[in-house]
Design a protein around this ligand. Structure first.
Ligand SMILES: Cc1cc2nc3c(=O)[nH]c(=O)nc-3n(C[C@H](O)[C@H](O)[C@H](O)COP(=O)(O)O)c2cc1C
Length: 446
């Protein structure tokens, strides 16, 4: 059974020897993040003692492909069909009267920093940040519910900023602001990886209720309870929920902050949230995600892989698998594997990829005998199957991503497609060597 609560998942991983308990006290100022980052956010950690606080903190929960897949009961090969299937056939949440997340209720105005740790991550960050909370909102009609993750800089007392870059949610906030009304929000901490993964599904593409999609990912409905001070529902088994309102016509300076691509984002005025309640389970477990680590990048990459495969398949039906790489910041690089049937397939697949996602910069297309999840194998294909004057195309001056400095200094981005597939007429000359024996277990030979 796939766990629906963070604490049952942590228990399971502890039993399987996958969780590392950090017994030494860690300082939320840099030290906790440094430990998380020592494994690039791909190792589940449980920090028993966070300096100045009685609550433990978990991190590195969703940064490993194998573990994330296991948490939803699939193998890593099954992510794309599972994500698409869950968007198409979501499992609606079930509303219940009472849930553990409301075992303790603190009504505002409160001092957020006195309740749970708020870590600081990078040397030049402007302060302490909440970086992993799942923000729940309803659209202006009050009928649609969306989740996403938005970093929140702690401003003191019961206030934070919120950084919203998605046009859809910004539009929603501005709609409320024009009416001089606040936008109600709830922010959930201490959730299973399925909830983080589904939060990354693009609202403007799918308009899915992402908590229902999360239910389909784990194969059963998530239970939700009504919030105490806002008209929203939150996961009954979340560890901590902060309820509040984004205040109209109010901005406070935010940043700099070390962002997804490993650079500092600029300082700018951002909207402000005032929190009206914090609810939490008995013995609540806090949760964080180290910014720019695998744990931030992987859910984004997996959701993009699902969209990419569907789009490329429209014009290249013989596409097999796609990989949005971690080194390419989960959005700039794609490796596409095809079963090549005609000589134009390679470049066509790269073109289709660029059409599917404006952030993509470099796309490499390879044959079926190349392991797209092994960077060395992909490099090998580029080394022995690519002639730069024939197999590479560059489109200058296209739209790019503001998350990337080389784009920002120019305002536009060049797109490069690399066709590393073999010319069909010369397939025999490219045949890979193989050894018709094995697999070898060295123990049998020593
Ligand atoms: C760990 C993590 C942190 C994120 N931080 C932010 C953020 O601070 N601001 C933001 O706009 N998007 C952030 N994102 C990306 C959004 O959550 C993502 O674009 C969104 O959920 C996609 O859905 P949407 O189309 O509804 O915006 C973050 C994603 C992750 C995984």
């Amino acid at each position: 059974m796939n766990p629906s609560s963070l604490r049952s998942l942590l228990d399971q991983w502890e039993g399987e020897g996958k969780l590392i308990r950090i017994k030494k006290e860690v300082d939320p100022l840099f030290e906790l993040g440094a430990v998380l980052n020592s494994r690039q956010g791909s190792q589940p950690f449980y920090f028993e003692k966070v300096k100045g606080y009685s609550s433990p903190m978990a991190g590195g929960i969703g940064g490993d492909r194998d573990l994330l897949a296991a948490s939803i009961g699939i193998t890593p090969d099954e992510f794309v069909p599972k994500i698409i299937g869950s968007i198409v056939s979501p499992i609606p949440t079930r509303l219940i009267e009472k849930g553990p997340v409301q075992e303790n209720v603190v009504l505002g105005p409160m001092d957020l920093a006195s309740l749970f740790p708020i870590p600081t991550y990078h040397g030049e960050d402007s302060g302490a940040y909440y970086v992993s909370g799942i923000l729940v909102v309803k659209d202006p009609s009050g009928r649609k519910r969306y989740t996403s993750i938005r970093r929140m800089q702690f401003l003191g007392g019961n206030r934070t900023n919120v950084l919203i870059t998605s046009p859809e949610l910004l539009h929603q906030f501005y709609t409320f602001e024009e009416r001089d009304e606040p936008l109600e929000v709830a922010v959930m901490f201490g959730v299973v990886p399925a909830v983080v993964l589904s939060s990354q599904i693009s609202t403007h593409l799918y308009h899915a209720d992402k908590l229902d999609v999360a239910g389909a990912l784990i194969g059963k409905p998530f239970e939700v309870v009504r919030c105490k001070t806002v008209d929203l529902e939150v996961l009954a088994e979340a560890e901590i929920v902060m309820e509040g309102r984004i205040i109209p016509h109010e901005r406070e300076m935010e940043g700099p902050f070390g962002e997804l691509a490993g650079f500092y984002g600029a300082r700018a005025p951002q909207p402000v949230i005032e929190f009206s309640a914090v609810t939490y389970r008995n013995h609540a477990i806090c949760q964080t995600i180290f910014p720019s680590s695998y744990e931030e990048r992987l859910p984004m990459a997996l959701v993009r892989e699902a969209t990419l495969l569907s789009t490329v398949r429209q014009t290249v039906p013989n596409v097999k698998r796609v990989h949005i790489t971690m080194g390419g910041v989960a959005r700039f690089h794609a490796v596409i594997q095809i079963e090549k049937r005609s000589d134009g397939d390679g470049k066509q697949a790269a073109l289709a990829a660029f059409a599917s996602d404006k952030d993509l910069k470099h796309v490499i297309v390879v044959d079926e005998d190349v392991d797209i999840f092994d960077p060395e194998d992909v490099e090998w294909a580029m080394a022995v199957r690519v002639q730069a004057d024939q197999d590479i195309f560059i489109v200058p001056g296209a739209k790019g991503s503001p998350l990337e400095s080389s784009h920002n200094v120019r305002g536009v981005t060049a797109k490069m497609g690399i066709d590393a597939t073999v010319p069909l007429a010369h397939k025999e000359s490219f045949k890979r060597t193989s050894v018709p024996f094995g697999p070898i277990d060295l123990k049998d030979y020593i």
